[in-house]
Design a binder for this molecule. Structure first.
Ligand code: UDP
Ligand code: MG
Length: 137
């Protein structure tokens, strides 16, 4: 079993797409082991995305991620990290496969509805950034 970290981003929560995205997660066999709705501060968004802090899109990304609430999730299944990336689709919805969350729901490359850890080391940073051990059940 493997755990990954996911976010239903502000654009999707605002458009009331959280339920549809959660249904896809459960249909694909993920167990939701942690879930909460929070609103990130600008500083929390910057800390979460620190690996991108030299990128040209960093400021806009952090403003977007802190503008309204998100749903943060810890998901568990075999091969969870890669399988959640597959279910999300490519970062740019224009390049995402049909049937993926980003193809079906994303607004554009920034407002792309979902986040997923890209490697075990990333998940090991991102899960405890948002969840204490007691919140994962
Ligand atoms: N992003 C953006 N412009 C870009 C690339 C990325 O606004 O050119 C945003 C987008 O919301 C993306 C996030 O920054 O999901 C993190 O980028 P990353 O390359 O890690 O993509 P992901 O892992 O989310 O697919
Ligand atoms: Mg990434």
């Amino acid at each position: 079993m493997e755990r990954t970290f996911a976010i239903i981003k502000p654009d999707a929560v605002e458009r009331k797409l959280a339920g549809k995205i959660l249904a896809r997660i459960e249909e694909k066999g993920f167990s939701i082991v942690g879930m909460k709705k929070i609103q990130l501060t600008r500083q929390q968004a910057e800390g979460f995305y620190y690996v991108h802090n030299e990128r040209p899109f960093f400021n806009d990304l952090c403003a977007f991620m802190s503008r309204s609430p998100v749903i943060v999730l810890c998901l568990e299944k075999e091969n969870a990290i890669a399988d959640w990336r597959t279910l999300m689709g490519a970062t740019n919805p224009a390049n995402a496969e049909p049937g993926t969350i980003r193809k079906d729901f994303a607004v554009n490359i920034e407002e792309n509805s979902s986040h997923g850890s890209d490697a075990p080391e990333t998940a090991a940073f991102e899960i405890p950034y948002f969840f204490s051990a007691l919140e994962l059940v």
